[in-house]
Write a protein that binds this ligand. Structure first.
Ligand code: AVJ
Length: 319
């Protein structure tokens, strides 16, 4: 039987407070989590199909090419904790080789997980499954139903890139602590990381010819209109997505095409022509820098798998 658990959800008021703090800042910004409303999630799935967006496909290649080696390194009978599980497809592909004892799908809302986990439970009746709705980026307290033995955190897709390196280190430390509660200390982490590469390839991946990434970014404004009762005019903004070499990160911004005033319930802001809202960062690491981060976080016995071009890597690390 599958367990479905919803932990504290972010309330409407704290969402509004968080958004207004960012929009009223001198350099306006929003958290990348607001890119994922229903349409945003679909646009992200479309991004993953683009020829320019290599991460998803490259990571899948690494997992399929090294499936046996990865499974041998990880070992059978894990408590597989999938962070940002979504449709659970990436984890499901590992089940036959990995043979987890328990599968724990975590995402921001248990609602998103219901269908996918139910279907998966049907396909793999022998695996105990738990679906948890929680914001794991702020806190990582897993509910009682989650086994403590042999915890393996699964964090694919290079979502770690949304954190600054300092935040990433703090997050990895929390993962490390959450999987070493077990006496045996057999816990681990299986993570996907996007690697530093030529700027032209990175620029194209985040500013594609079809404009799907532009739509994904601009859709944030429609989401803000609903969340805040705001009146952002999508046509008055343009997408900027580029690699900032100095900070080793992709930056996404929305840039005001003309000077304008945007109103929302209880407030407003004037944006000058060319003024930007910073909507996402996606940090790129060298293999060595990321291994150092894992080590600093308290992990050891790091093993990495990469593609022939070394564009992406999958790492396993033990507690
Ligand atoms: C989901 C955070 C891994 O940074 O590549 C894709 C999000 N943004 N295109 C990434 C994203 C623009 C993606 N992550």
């Amino acid at each position: 039987m599958t367990q479905f658990i919803q932990l504290q959800e972010q309330g409407k008021q704290t969402i509004e407070d968080e958004l207004l703090a960012g929009l009223n800042a001198s350099c306006a910004y929003t958290s990348p989590k607001f890119l994922y409303d229903a349409l945003g999630s679909k646009l992200f799935e479309a991004i993953c199909e683009l020829p320019e967006y290599y991460p998803t496909r490259t990571e899948a290649e690494i997992f399929s090419r090294h499936a046996r080696d990865i499974a041998q390194t990880v070992g059978a009978g894990a408590t597989l904790i999938d962070l940002g599980a979504g449709n659970c497809a990436k984890a499901a592909r590992l089940f036959p080789q990995l043979q987890p004892a328990q599968y724990v799908a975590v995402d921001i809302s248990v609602e998103f997980l219901h269908e996918a986990v139910s279907r998966l439970q049907h396909r793999f009746p022998a695996i105990d499954m738990v679906a948890v709705g929680m914001d794991f980026s702020t806190e990582l307290v897993l509910p009682n139903g989650v086994r403590e033995e042999n915890r393996l955190f699964f964090y694919p897709g290079s979502s770690i890139g949304n954190f600054t390196p300092e935040q990433a280190l703090a997050f990895l430390r929390r993962l490390q602590a959450a999987c070493s509660q077990d006496e045996g200390g057999a816990g681990g982490l299986l993570i996907g990381v996007d690697l530093l590469k030529e700027k032209s390839i990175l620029d194209a991946a985040y500013d594609d010819a079809l404009g799907v990434t532009a739509s994904f970014n601009l859709n944030l404004l429609l989401h803000l209109n609903r969340l805040l009762g705001a009146d952002f005019d999508v046509r008055a903004w343009r997408h900027c997505g580029f690699f900032n070499r100095k900070l080793s990160r992709i930056e996404m911004h929305l840039e005001a095409v003309t000077k304008q005033t945007v109103r929302w319930a209880g407030g407003m802001r004037c944006f000058e022509q060319g003024e930007r809202i910073h909507t996402e960062n996606s940090y790129k690491y060298t293999q060595q820098d990321f291994i150092n981060l894992l080590t600093q976080a308290g992990f050891n016995n790091v093993r990495c798998w990469s593609d022939p071009q070394q564009w992406f890597m999958v790492c396993h690390a033990q507690t």
